[in-house]
Design a binder for this molecule. Structure first.
Ligand code: AVI
Length: 324
């Protein structure tokens, strides 16, 4: 038996509304919407990894460079024998930078909604970090969340350090973002949170990041429809919808939509949904903050913002928040 795999623990959290119920409810609304958490099935997670490699998508490489540059300082803030808890862990690439910089990380708890993908990437991590206690948690971190103590350790022994990179916080409306920060703080048992936040900047730069020349973001967006066809037997014609992602400068956010290119009817779960020509289905918001506006929100969520790191162009920021 592979001993590193013996360390894997699997803690299932209660399921949120399933894809069918959520999709049907969202398509019945005016305007129509599809929740962005459904982007991340296995295909969607792979497309998102491809987005992170795009020349226009500066976020990932800028955040990675910040993590590398400040890893020692961050590891010191996280403290010895920490349990790193990553919310929405994805490919697990970034945490390796922290694990390599930490002298003695005790455990790593990645949380992700995509169970199959999480299992695969955790297996690879287990091979490279055989001494680390790993316990992947499959679940929806946007729901109330209680992370049990690790076996043999109580909450006093294991200091938790949250990790929420990638500016995923931007995919929540400000009220929901604050509520999420509050829930994360509650689940960290007094530990701090390292969080990546994309910054307000030149609208053209932002627009390019969500409208890449290779069309990968368009595929990622349309994967919602492809997924409905695959999993729910819907009959969306992918060519009859267009990816549309404008920057709303007043609200400091990119808004993502799928626009119906013609009048059409789509069958889903025994029902039919009508789309007018030009009708837009909202699929995602990606809010951008200033360093000050984010620190202010973190304060209101019960954190003390401590260190903040940014790049020379002030494209992206990394914040270390301490629980109050
Ligand atoms: C995961 N999240 C932070 C990405 C973003 O930039 O808002 C999702 C994404 N949507 C389109 N491109 C990337």
């Amino acid at each position: 038996m592979d001993t590193s795999l013996a360390r894997l623990q699997h803690v299932a959290l209660p399921e949120g509304k399933n894809f069918t119920d959520s999709l049907v409810a969202g398509l019945r609304k005016t305007p129509k919407e599809i929740a962005c958490k459904f982007f991340y099935d296995e295909t969607g997670s792979r497309l998102f990894d491809a987005i992170c490699e795009l020349p226009e998508y500066y976020q990932t490489r800028t955040e990675t460079a910040l993590l590398k540059r400040h890893a020692g300082e961050i590891a010191a803030l996280m403290g010895r024998e920490a349990e790193i808890v990553e919310f929405g862990a994805g490919s697990l690439r970034k945490v390796r930078i922290l694990l390599d910089a930490s002298q003695d990380p005790y455990a790593y708890t990645p949380l992700d909604i995509s169970g199959d993908y999480l299992q695969k990437v955790v297996r690879a991590l287990a091979v490279d970090y055989p001494a680390l206690v790993l316990r992947p948690v499959v679940g929806d971190f946007t729901r109330p969340l209680e992370i049990p103590d690790l076996p043999g350790r109580n909450s006093k022994m294991s200091r938790r350090a949250g990790f929420f990179p990638g500016s995923t916080i931007g995919n929540f409306k400000p009220d929901a973002a604050m509520a999420l920060l509050r829930r994360m703080r509650a689940s960290l048992n007094g530990g701090g949170l390292l969080i990546g936040v994309d910054l307000v900047k030149d609208p053209l730069r932002l627009h390019a990041a969500y409208n890449d020349a290779a069309g990968v973001t368009a595929l990622f967006n349309k994967n919602l429809l492809a997924r409905a066809n695959r999993e729910l037997g819907a009959d969306f014609d992918l060519d009859a919808f267009a990816h549309y992602a404008p920057y709303n400068a007043n609200a400091h956010r990119i808004e993502m939509y799928l626009v119906s290119l013609k009048r059409q009817s789509v069958a889903l779960g025994g029902q039919h949904f009508e789309f007018a020509q030009g009708e837009a289905v909202h699929t995602e918001d990606s809010h951008k903050y200033t360093i000050e506006s984010f620190r202010e929100m973190a304060c209101r969520a019960g954190f003390n913002p401590r260190a903040v790191w940014t790049d020379e162009e002030r494209l992206f920021s990394l914040h270390w928040l301490e629980s109050r």
